[in-house]
Design a binder for this molecule. Structure first.
Ligand SMILES: O=C1C[C@@](O)(C(=O)O)C[C@@H](O)[C@@H]1O
Length: 251
């Protein structure tokens, strides 16, 4: 059966729910929570949190592939984005460059993921993008700044660089220190949205940035991460409330 695609349109942003469990039984509970979530949500599986994979230093992608097969069986109608967030960008587990590439290649080869996340500054990014594309799996390029919010022009430049690297979607998450930082993230999103040929996903993290997780679509962000259980980043809001807010803003 064909797997669902990730539908991305800033006029009607998609809610993406993180799956954060550390083992298979936890993942099954996460999947049940997604199945009971507002209709039409996508899910992001955070493989860096999944110990059966990380315990083996990530050298063997088999435990991750097996868990992905289980998730896909439990969630036949839910688009699954697969992400390994490295420690350099706020993730929890160490992984070598070759293991990062092997994981993304193996995940893409299953055809079960609607997309794989590729950190565009990772040393293996070019190879990972090429591997995903070889398997006709979309690439969500990403960048995270947990320390602060870069200048507007720098955010625009990073989003553009992701597109130039061949990504299908460009995503950036930054940390605000002030309301002005939140405005800058939105301004950069709006600026890049005018020229981008691929969808954008942007957010300002933490409580201060939460407004971007509801209102980002107005500025050009095509998806927002929201919870049905544990959060995968600071500032994520419950999916039901986000759905209600998106309906108010976008109909
Ligand atoms: O890139 C992102 C966005 C995110 O960091 C957020 O702030 O919602 C959450 C991550 O799980 C995801 O991979």
């Amino acid at each position: 059966m064909p797997r669902p695609h990730l539908r991305l349109d800033a006029n009607s942003p998609t809610i993406i729910v993180p799956l954060t469990a550390s083992d298979l039984s936890g993942l099954e509970l996460d999947a049940a929570a997604v199945a009971a979530a507002p209709a039409g949500v996508a899910a992001e599986w955070r493989v860096d949190l999944y110990e059966p994979f990380t315990a083996g230093s990530g050298l063997d992608p088999a435990p991750a592939v097996a868990a992905l097969e289980r998730l896909a069986a439990l969630l036949p109608d839910t688009a699954l984005l697969v992400t390994f967030r490295t420690t350099a960008e706020g993730g929890t587990a160490e992984i070598s460059g070759p293991a990062y590439l092997a994981l993304l290649d193996a995940v893409a080869a299953t055809g079960l993921a609607c997309a794989v996340d590729v950190e565009y500054r990772h040393p293996m990014a070019d190879q990972a993008i090429a591997a995903a594309q070889r398997h006709q799996t979309a690439v969500v390029a990403s960048n995270h700044d947990f320390e602060g919010t870069p200048a507007t022009e720098e955010i625009v430049t990073r989003l553009q660089a992701m597109e130039e690297a061949g990504a299908d979607v460009a995503k950036i998450a930054v940390m605000p220190r002030s309301a002005g930082d939140v405005v800058r993230l939105l301004e950069a999103t709006e600026r890049r949205y005018r020229d981008a040929q691929i969808p954008l996903i942007t957010m300002s993290m933490g409580g201060l940035g939460a407004v971007t997780r509801i209102g980002g679509g107005v500025f050009g962000s095509a998806a927002t991460f929201a919870t049905v259980g544990a959060a995968s980043a600071p500032g994520q809001l419950p999916a039901a409330g986000v759905r209600a807010a998106l309906e108010l803003l976008h109909g």
